[in-house]
Design a protein around this ligand. Structure first.
Ligand SMILES: *[C@@H]1O[C@H](CO)[C@@H](O)[C@H](O)[C@H]1NC(C)=O
Length: 118
């Protein structure tokens, strides 16, 4: 039993360690437009976890479009890139707060594209 669990754990680690950590939410369809696009990166430092918070709309700005889809592309293809999570808002709303977190000692490089409909 233990061997089996170890085996599955190893498979999981192998499958998740050498891939990009993309996040795709919602669906963009005809009539939806790119309302926000940004490339966010931070370099890695030994033993440090780097984080970034991306907020759309930016402070002091207003967004009148409803968010239809959010695509977060991890530009690290070897699996050492960071992990994106949505911490507030999202698809169906007019705002979103995205948290980007690197792995310890590594940096990250994400391209965030948000589609919306007015
Ligand atoms: C981040 O990734 C993009 C897309 O691959 C690339 O064009 C850009 O140079 C990268 N930025 C850094 C700082 O590595």
């Amino acid at each position: 039993m233990r061997a089996l669990i170890t085996f599955f754990l190893l498979c999981f680690i192998a499958a998740s360690s050498c891939q990009s950590h993309d996040l795709a939410l919602g669906q963009a369809s005809y009539g939806d437009v790119v309302i926000y696009k940004v490339n966010e990166y931070k370099y890695g430092f030994p033993l440090v976890v780097r984080t970034s918070i991306i907020e759309y709309p930016e402070a002091g700005q207003q967004n009148f479009a409803y968010i239809k889809a959010i695509f977060i592309k991890d530009n690290y293809v070897d699996g050492t890139g960071g992990y994106p999570t949505i911490s507030a808002g999202g698809v169906g709303q007019r705002f979103v707060k995205i948290k980007l977190k690197s792995q310890r000692s590594h940096g990250f490089n994400f391209t965030i594209t948000i589609y919306g409909r007015y």
